[in-house]
Design a protein around this ligand. Structure first.
Ligand code: ASP
Length: 410
């Protein structure tokens, strides 16, 4: 009998993980079977993420430098830049608008007593992150000694250095063709290694989901049910209707076609809650399954993984309104506009790691004078919501690469 394809194995792994996680949860954390099971899934899940992270930095470095250098040869660089940034901004703006609209309509949080959360808020010290400071920090983090950035795995700084190197390679032309060739071979090699890591993906994904589901704090879920439903519902609306519609209108590709090519990355994003850790898989899906040219995918996808976060932007806006309702403040139109823009900035600034949106959320709250400590209310449910918003974040990057490819080749 033929073994099922990797895609099917990954899907099975995800189902298996959720099922076993639910069983573990009903058995209780103290059972020795559950303890052993959680230990084993911790090991396998971490191994999978570590392997993805191992290849992440060399991949980002080579793919952006090579992507830029090859784009210029086709004299398309300017159009790709502009189209990519416009697409990112446009889809994030739609996401935030959806989040604000749904929160205003459903008014999640009204009627809940803030006193219910007093304990968790008391024990929580919010990190101060006003907008100007956030911006200064963000700008400061862009430029770093490339060796330090590579060594510490700072994705954004590596992206920026690779961009500059790519431009220098283009300017230098023929003179540096050996270095460009070397980077090109480096990119092929890293993609080959990604292929090997993917063999482990079904197990890694199952393990991560077992741990996530089994260790959920279910007591909190009831209280927050309405807010969670609004966030999950709108995020799904963005991922299942808006993005596929844009893709179809611009490129003519159907949602089913997209799902078939993108599911490895989408499921990995769901299980890891990290756009950065998923990036090697996203690159593989974009270039090998969705047939995006490497020079376009090599540029759009890594940039998107650090900057383009539709799910996060939507969440930040919805959560700000939720907190406002909890503390009994009605945000007027101007304040909601401030939330609109800060949510977008916060999403761009959030690194692609689990719960990163929670950190930049502080800035959104403070921009309209809401208590930053209220983050404590959101933390218990964050890991659960992070799965879906990360999936939509990664989806946006793949849709973006297809759209950009279509628009620049017109
Ligand atoms: N986990 C998200 C990501 O990696 C970021 C966030 O926390 O919203 O895309």
């Amino acid at each position: 009998m033929k073994a099922p394809s990797l895609n099917t194995q990954i899907l099975l792994g995800a189902f298996f993980g959720v099922l076993v996680g639910l069983c573990f949860q009903s058995l209780g954390a103290q059972t020795s079977l559950v303890k052993g099971g959680l230990y084993a899934s911790g090991l396998v899940g971490t191994l999978f993420i570590d392997l993805l992270k191992m290849i992440l930095i060399p991949l980002v470095f080579c793919s952006i430098a090579v992507g830029i250098a090859n784009l210029r040869q086709h004299s398309q660089m300017h159009r790709v830049w502009v189209t990519t940034l416009l697409f990112f901004a446009f889809t994030m703006a739609i996401a935030v608008a959806l989040g604000l609209f749904a929160s205003n309509y459903f008014e999640a949080g009204k009627g809940l007593e803030i006193a219910m959360f007093a304990d968790s808020m008391q024990n929580f010290q919010a990190q101060q992150l006003p907008l100007p400071e956030f911006f200064a920090q963000f700008l400061h983090g862009l430029f770093m000694n490339p060796f330090a950035a590579l060594a510490t795995g700072n994705v954004l700084a590596v992206v920026i250095f690779a961009l500059i190197l790519g431009i220098a390679l283009v300017m230098g032309g023929e003179r540096y063709k050996n270095i460009l060739g070397l980077l090109q071979e480096g990119l092929e090699l890293t993609m080959r290694i990604v292929g090997w890591v993917m063999v482990l993906a079904p197990f890694g994904i199952a393990a991560l989901l077992i741990k996530l589901v089994a260790t959920q704090d279910t007591a909190m879920l009831g209280t927050m049910a309405k807010f969670m439903t609004v966030v999950v519902g709108t995020t799904l609306l963005h991922g299942v209707v808006i993005l596929p519609l844009l893709l179809y209108l611009i490129t003519g590709k159907t949602p089913l076609w997209f799902w078939r090519g993108a599911r490895e990355a989408l499921i990995t994003a769901f299980a890891t809650s990290s756009s950065s850790a998923t990036l090697p898989v996203t690159m593989r899906c974009a270039t090998q399954h969705l047939h995006v040219k490497p020079e376009i995918a090599g540029f759009v996808v890594p940039l998107g993984a650090t900057m383009n976060m539709d799910g996060t932007a939507l969440y930040e806006a919805a959560a700000a309104l939720f907190i406002a309702n909890l503390v009994g403040i009605d945000l007027n139109l101007t304040q909601q506009l401030i939330v609109f823009f800060t949510a977008m900035i916060a999403a761009v600034g959030a690194p692609g790691i689990p719960s990163a949106g929670m950190v930049t959320m502080v800035m959104v709250l403070q921009s309209v004078g809401l208590p930053a400590e209220a983050i404590a209310i959101l933390l218990p449910i964050d890991r659960l919501l992070d799965t879906i918003r990360t999936t939509v974040n990664v989806q946006g990057d793949m849709v973006g690469s297809l759209v950009v490819q279509k628009l620049v080749n017109r």
